[in-house]
Design a protein around this ligand. Sequence first.
Ligand code: AMP
Ligand code: ZN
Length: 458
Amino acid sequence: MSLKIYNTLSRKTEEFKPIKKGRADIYACGPTVYNYAHIGNLRTYVFEDIFKRVLQYNGYKVKHIMNITDVGHLTSNGDEGEDKMEKSAEREGKTAWQIAKFYTAAFQKDLKDLNILLPNKFPKATDNIKEQINLIKKLEQKGFTYKTNDGVYFDTSKLTDYGKLAGLDKQQLKAGARVEMGEKKNITDFALWKFSPKGQKREMEWPSPWGVGFPGWHIECSAMATKYLGQPFDIHVGGIDHVSVHHTNEIAQSEAANDKPLANYWLHGEFILMGEDKMAKSADNFITLDTLKEKGINPLAYRYLLLQTHYRKQLSFSWEALGAAQNGLYHLYNIVQSWDKPGPSCNDCELKFLEAVNNDLDMPAAMAIMWDLIKNPIFPGSAKKRTILKFDKILGLGLAKLKKQKINIPTEIQNLIAERDGARFSKNWDKSDELRKKIETAGYTVMDTPEGTKIEKK
Ligand code: AMP
Ligand code: ZN
């Protein structure tokens, strides 16, 4: 069965055809490690993880590269402002290198907590300065660059198809850009190399043929993607906000340098919103995974929540929905734990599930197929177990690690447990106590553990 994915570049759902048979190479824009990732950022990485798992489920050997942006991302997201890393170092009284190390480790911990399969490599921008300088030299030789007082810029007027990823022409891109012109020739031109401010020593700076300074954010990804995956490679992924600038500029400079496409498929995940607004570090409206954990939320409950919305739809965050997702997850755990050893599988359901995930990662449909199977009285628990453990290779909800509970919990009791989890989540302690009494009167002991509610027959 073919895998269909929505390609931002063509604005069409296309069949995935790899460059090398049986292989799928992915480049994902990694985090800027100046602060904790928020759960909006993490939605993008969960979407990418689901995609990677779907590729693997379809039999592809995946090579996954995710960079670490540890220099060059400025506070404006454009070519002005302070470097986010240096600003953070100042705020925390540490070196930029310490900041990078600390937040890279925190990010990798978040990935593990969310059961995200780690990439083959996390190349750091600061370890690939030579490659970035070489790419800029190539662009210079081909006449795509010019120098100003503050850096070396890419001249976007030299390309006829600049902006094709965003589907915008130059006029629209100009209208949308809220950037200072400075000495730039065109408003869409962008910095390839920035000079260190005069008379000021930056912590992160390197010599270059143009002067001491540091790379622009976009050149980092172009250089690292082609170093590890070649050009063209199969798939480039990231958040939707990268379409109009970051990925547009990656395409411009890589294609100008090498006269071939950068990547064949471009996939973008939609935002998590807080109310009407995008969750963003700059907007101060963000929530981290640690905050969820402090509130007793299992990170995999957040993953479960994300699975219920298609990756190309915006998702408004709410504590209620997250609480319901945690109930759903623990309900699923209780059911899976009550089943016997995996037996023969349910081929029909597996086919339906594959159809759903191969239809541009329709995870809400895939989740519904899983719950339909669970509720279907025709199949024994052993068959359901085998099939659902297969599904979990994509869902990543940690079902294979669950130990079988020695008792079979009747559905009425499971429902009471889910209801009590809901009451506890919304801090309705009276209702939670009342439900505990009901469960105990029915002959079961309730235990609250970090893995969820555990239950034993008295
Ligand atoms: P950053 O660390 O700022 O470079 O962002 C890391 C990733 O998170 C990028 O792929 C962004 O597109 C993505 N991102 C940023 N904000 C959100 C959000 N509110 N919802 C989903 N993804 C986001
Ligand atoms: Zn990038």
